[in-house]
Design a protein around this ligand. Sequence first.
Ligand code: FAD
Length: 389
Amino acid sequence: MLMTSEKQEFIQELREGVRAVCKRFNNEYWRQLDEVNGYPTEFVRAITDAGFLGALIPEEYGGSGLGILEASIILEEINRSGGNAGACHAQMYTMGTILRHGSSEQKRKYLPKIADGSLRLQAFGVTEPNTGTDTTNLKTFARREGDHYVVNGQKVFISRAEHSDLMILLVRTTPREECKKKSDGLSVLIVDLNEAKGNGLEIRPIKTMMNHATTEIFIENLKVPIENLIGEEGRGFRYILDGMNAERILIAAECIGDGRWFIEKATNYANERVVFNRAIGQNQGIQFPIATAHIHIEAADLMRFKAAELYDAGAACGAEANMSKLLAADASWEAANVALQTHGGFGFAAEYDIERKFKETRLYQVAPISTNLILSYVAEHVLGLPKSY
Ligand SMILES: Cc1cc2nc3c(=O)[nH]c(=O)nc-3n(C[C@H](O)[C@H](O)[C@H](O)COP(=O)(O)OP(=O)(O)OC[C@H]3O[C@@H](n4cnc5c(N)ncnc54)[C@H](O)[C@@H]3O)c2cc1C
């Protein structure tokens, strides 16, 4: 699966374009935000204005119509620069539910504005406090009343909701007991957050280990117009699943960006730091873990490219997308640990940025899907082992 030289050249130009924007937002910018749990509004505006978050939106709707491979390069470069694409990555891919399953009217209404950034669709409400990973058991319920739904329920860890105009919300529309399959009876609604706030929807920030703008959402008798239903009622779980391979590949790319950042930091520090009259990097006890982490990042990158190429060719890629996410998340976490260890005490000092990125990359062992759930997918769907839950 070798890329043509034109494609390689395009990807290189894309990397340089993203780097040019990221250069304006250095480690100090991200560090200061980390200290106050602030949202990187200026960065998100700049990366939007440069057109990068509209990468996956077709040209007819004002985006650049690129593939998942190119989109993944954009997010990789943000993290590779020391930034955190988690602040805006969902603006890139959440719209996929509308693009793939929305009506032509919904596409015309939303996609051009998402592409130019005048509408933010970067909140995605799936997880609930009492059901967690057991998504089809979720309790938020939308009852149809005339020309609208009345929604009641609660969501947790819904990121960027305070910085989004719209939210994709997964709800139950038919009680689970009345469905043949537990994955039936779920539906996807587009919620206009600006209208909903204070009118049946309340957002409460959750303070987390890293700066991530995540929230808890309380929904009480929220009215959502019927025209905001995406696709067919009851088929929402399939629509959400359809977007997951893209998300896995994009998150894998962010982890690879993180991993490369950690390895560069560790290498530079190991070359510069002199203890016992020699650079610490001269000790193989320091070199080998950095080299091992580098090897693991490069191996994960191959799986990311394989998954992305299959995805862009329209081929099945569930196994590769999941495996790339697991390999990359493990490799970036390993690189984070190695960078911290290489920096000794200074790794814990905020001004070195290691502890900030260390916290950020740790998330990807848990969200958007935890390591165990990927292992379970591969065991059952790739290897044919018995279903365990
Ligand atoms: C910072 C952050 C941002 C997030 N952003 C969003 C968002 O924008 N939108 C959204 O909908 N969600 C979001 N999430 C939620 C995230 O997707 C969930 O936290 C994740 O899916 C795990 O669900 P849970 O926390 O309820 O864990 P649980 O489901 O309670 O699981 C706890 C642990 O048990 C393990 N486990 C559970 N069942 C099994 C099993 N059968 N076999 C083996 N192990 C099992 C899990 O892997 C996990 O390690 C976010 C989470 C965080 C922390």
